[in-house]
Design a protein around this ligand. Structure first.
Ligand code: PLP
Length: 346
């Protein structure tokens, strides 16, 4: 660990892990792609990590990442959640950036290596170990703006985390942005750094002007997603969310929540919907964000054209809580994993 940490976190240590992602393990598995092949992944110290200042990723944005979690169960065993899906998605991101594609057969064992290395620091419920796989184009050639990087580096960082949103499970305030898109059409489903950089100016403006936690991007009135989480509507009968398309990030949490919602008897409607329908929905239903970091967090307030719309009482609603509990129970081994989402790590 790069900061002084206890040998082992207990639930009462979790506030030391805030803000989310600020405590990082100093060792990580790393592999390099050179001359058309990947090296054998090896465990390195972060101090030994080298990147050329001319690296392609630093100049032309050839970088992508993932985010997934491992959990310490009550019996002290460790479980990784849906590593296969995250590995596959990283390959899809890499393909869009014309980076060498790390095959799941190489990447998943690197996830396991990273978790094993940090096993002692995985905090108990409600904490977890956040894994941050990163892939960067490393060609040291600043003239390669119009060419892909032929070399790359891949590593898996880990961070013991508590709650993503400071203030715990407080319901969020979202500003509806109905003109600007979050990113470009070709990068909507790519987990690449540029997307988050391009959302910064509007997100900071939404914070200072409206005290909004995040922006809900709805270009042309089409409700898509927030800056780093997917968006769902829920009521007693149904869950409504945008169908998979190139405009937004295909969340693993979204997929898990949709599956669980169906099993709990909700009708799952994957269809486009507009800001008008969303504002009407606020009169009776709930809304939530889903993501590995956010898990499933209720939306309490939507802000549109300087007007505020409260959902229920501005609190996380009962359906959101029910879905969140069902998901977290699987992740933490309190409910059966009937989908093969869990991989135990010894
Ligand atoms: C990572 C991310 C999500 C959530 O994906 P999960 O797989 O559920 O963690 C949603 N939207 C964006 C823009 C993201 O970057």
């Amino acid at each position: 660990m790069s900061t002084v940490v206890p040998w082992r976190y207990t639930a009462s240590d979790l506030d030391q892990l805030s803000p989310f992602g600020s405590v990082l393990a100093d060792r990580m598995p790393m592999a390099r792609f050179e001359g058309g092949a990947w090296s054998q992944p090896e465990m390195i110290s972060m101090d030994d990590f080298q990147l050329h200042p001319g690296a392609h990723a630093l100049h032309y944005g050839s970088s992508c990442f993932e985010g997934l979690k491992a959990y310490r169960w009550e019996d002290d065993s460790i479980a990784l959640f849906r590593g296969d899906r995250h590995a596959r998605r990283m390959g899809e991101s890499a393909a869009q950036l014309m980076l060498p594609i790390p095959e799941p057969a190489m990447l998943e064992p690197m996830f396991v290596q990273a978790v094993r290395e940090s096993a002692a620091w995985i905090p108990p419920d409600p904490g977890s170990l956040y894994l941050r796989p990163v892939l960067l184009g490393t060609d040291p050639n600043i003239g390669a703006a119009g060419r892909p990087s032929a070399s790359a580096v891949l590593y898996v960082m880990t961070s013991p985390v508590g709650d993503y949103f400071a203030g715990g499970e407080r319901a969020l305030r979202l500003l509806i942005e109905d003109k600007q898109p979050r990113t470009t059409p070709q990068f909507g489903k790519v987990k690449t750094g540029a997307n988050y950089a391009s959302a910064l100016v509007p997100t900071m403006a939404a914070r200072s002007k409206y005290q909004a936690d995040q922006i809900l991007f709805c270009p042309g009135g089409d409700v898509q997603e927030a800056g780093a989480a997917n968006f769902i509507l829920i009521d007693e009968q149904r869950l409504v969310t945008k169908p998979l398309c190139k405009s937004f990030l295909h969340g693993v949490t979204r997929d898990s929540v949709l599956t669980i919602a169906g099993e709990l008897g909700l009708e799952v409607e994957e269809r486009d919907f507009t800001v008008d329908e969303l504002l009407e929905w606020t009169q009776h239903g709930e809304a939530a964000l889903t993501g590995t970091a956010a898990v499933l967090t209720g939306v309490g307030t939507l802000i549109h054209d300087d007007q505020e719309f409260q959902l229920l009482d501005g609190e996380t609603g009962p359906q959101a809580k029910r879905l969140r509990t069902a998901l977290v129970d699987i992740q933490r081994g309190r409910a059966a994993d009937s989908h093969g989402w869990i991989r135990k790590i010894d």
